[in-house]
Design a protein around this ligand. Sequence first.
Ligand SMILES: [Zn+2]
Length: 435
Amino acid sequence: MAEAVDTLILHAHLFTMPRDGVGYIPDGAVAVRGDRIVDEGSTNTLLLRYDAATIIDASEHALLPGLIDAHMHTPWAVVRGVAQDISHWMQRGLAPYARHLAREAALAGSRLNVLEALSTGTTTMGDYAHPIEGWAEIFAEFGVRAVLTPTINALPPGKMAGWGIGELYQLDEAVADRAIRDALDFARDWHGAEAGRISIMLGPQAADMLSRDQLLHVKRLAAAEGLMIHMHVAQGEREIDQMVKRYGKRTPAFLEQIGYLDDQLLAVHLTEATEEEAAEIAFSGARMVLCSGSIGLIDGIVPPAYAFRSNGGLVALGSDQAAGNNANNMFGEMKLTALFNKIRYRDPTIMPAWTVLRMATIEGARAIGLGDQIGSIEVGKQADLILVDLRAPNLTPILNSPIRNIVPNLVYAATGKKSTLSWWLGVCCCRTGVC
Ligand SMILES: [Zn+2]
């Protein structure tokens, strides 16, 4: 007798993303009960096994794990496009606006950015922001999966815009102490909330933005609380300059010296890291977030993610913030990642489409410590799924012979526009309120 499930998605071009490949199943199906994947395989097999309350015909659609954006700063969506084509971006582009970002504007930015990401296929959002009241609630209400990192730094509010380029920051320990307390309170309130959909990391913003003692304090707290550390590392020559002036060391060597390089660290950007430094960080077990669009626009640099992966490191993708990158769309990030790395190495075989798709799904999930829950379509995992309509003109034709073209088209041609996407988180996309 057939087993009862809530939802059967049938006749899809199914990409399960298991182990090392994309796990393509033509005429594939997925069975969902509650918020979990019960089964996956061929449509014929699952039709025999299950009775579903809801059947979704996904003919001519690609069915994928929801995309993972590991690094965002959602409040900045309210100043999208105001800080472009400028050098010294953080101090001269962003900081003048940062000191005027009031709570209501920040929350409006977060709502806007979550909507943008969700409507372009991102179901897990790694957001990094000051933990103002109402921030986490936005992710809870939208029904998305979120990894939230409350910002910790020792920078007196509003001061950065006034410092000269190259001037050593005046760190205020009291500011960081308060931020650490707030972050811990926030973590205790939200880590594991919403049936596990929300998890928390600790976010010492960067090695140049806290004292050495406070960095070590955060490291001890993260270990005690079982939380990962989400940190910008070597994010531009500004940071390296501060580190050399303060400690006589570049950031990677400094982090190595103070015991920060291990699998608890999610290192964002590595903009100014050399390939050798990237390899050392990868060897340590630390994970990387590559923000291709943001770093391309802000710094004109392609970070050494290829070297990081080549040395065994896990790399997630991130869209960063709309004041630098303008868009928080993982389809865009996938294409930019492939393109920029091919161009950097003058080699079209670097970062092929299927690899980049894995970085936006299963590899990203592993990098942020959620590899056992999301990122692939496997029995027992969360049903964070998206459907991409392959009948769109830019995704036509679908070819399986003599070569399969769906994955290259997902990475190089798809735009993630709402009209071509549906999404499910757990039971039903309707929980998100935007379908
Ligand atoms: Zn960032």
